[in-house]
Design a protein around this ligand. Structure first.
Ligand code: DGL
Length: 267
């Protein structure tokens, strides 16, 4: 089917998921919507996030999206149940990958960095109860990080200081896994790696999400088999420039990174 896959997030964060999706599904057309005018979502009331999510899904459906990726943990936590109840299109949501961290942790201590909204979500609490009952989970809201990522300041002094403040207590408690529960946070990976060294394994759920997109498209017989060159379109409720620049940079970096299948999906 030649219609696009839709992705949305409060800003550029979901591009970390979009990039993985494009790598796994190079034949697919995509549309990415960044809700920059309403970013960040992290501390917003669930009702407001639900209203924004519905507005964006209506937009993506007008563009005939055949599957929609809620490329935002916070929007998934607040809105995915409402979206699935209201629209017939298949949705893929995001949640902190606590399960693989809890399963593989040797120390029995894992850290989770996410927005306040994500920590309040039903999905997160169900995941904890189901898969993390036997480990100590250190929850750390990543206040301020989304704003820095939107400003392109992922390796700034301010970013490094915040990350140190958030991750050091996890290291002190013996955590050996760090779960990135916000799609903006993979942009901080170089700065995070300088703090954790080889003491923590950092989990970004994007590869597992990309696999899920591929599975659903295959299952619903929605894959694009036309042979047309893939088109990628970007929209924003605010400033589109940063979104385009980030997408371009990610596209260029794809050729420098490993290909899907070179690593485990993590879930
Ligand atoms: N990328 C969003 C997430 O995954 C960021 C939320 C925000 O805008 O605060 O949660």
């Amino acid at each position: 089917m030649t219609t696009p896959i839709g992705f949305f997030d409060s800003g550029v964060g979901g591009l970390s998921v979009w990039r993985e999706g494009v790598q796994w599904l190079p034949a697919e057309h995509t549309i990415y919507y960044a809700d920059n005018a309403y970013c960040p979502y992290g501390a917003k009331a669930p009702d407001e996030i639900i209203a924004r999510s519905m507005h964006i899904v209506d937009f993506l459906l007008k563009h005939e999206c055949k599957l929609i990726v809620v490329a935002c943990n916070t929007a998934t936590a607040a809105a995915i149940d409402c979206l699935r109840a209201r629209y017939a299109v298949p949705f893929v949501g995001m949640g902190p990958a606590v399960k693989p961290a809890a399963q593989h942790s040797v120390s029995g201590v894992v850290g989770v960095l996410a927005t306040r909204g994500t920590f309040k979500g039903r999905f997160y609490h169900e995941t904890l109860a189901q898969f993390a009952a036997d480990v100590q989970v250190i929850e750390q809201p990543g206040d301020g990080l989304v704003e820095l990522a939107e400003a392109g300041l992922t390796d700034s002094d301010e970013a490094r200081a915040l990350l140190q403040q958030y991750i050091q207590p996890m290291l002190d408690a013996g955590a050996d896994y760090l779960v990135l529960g916000c799609t903006h946070y993979p942009f901080f990976l170089p700065a995070i790696a300088r703090i954790t060294g080889d003491r923590m394994t950092v989990i970004d759920p994007a590869p597992a999400v990309a696999q899920r997109i591929k599975f659903l498209l295959t299952q619903h017989n929605l894959l694009n088999t036309s042979g047309d060159e893939a088109r990628h379109e970007f929209f924003s409720s605010g400033d589109l420039k940063m979104v385009r620049e980030t997408a371009k940079w990610l596209m260029e970096s794809m050729s420098r990174t490993e290909k899907p299948g070179d690593r485990d999906s993590m879930s």
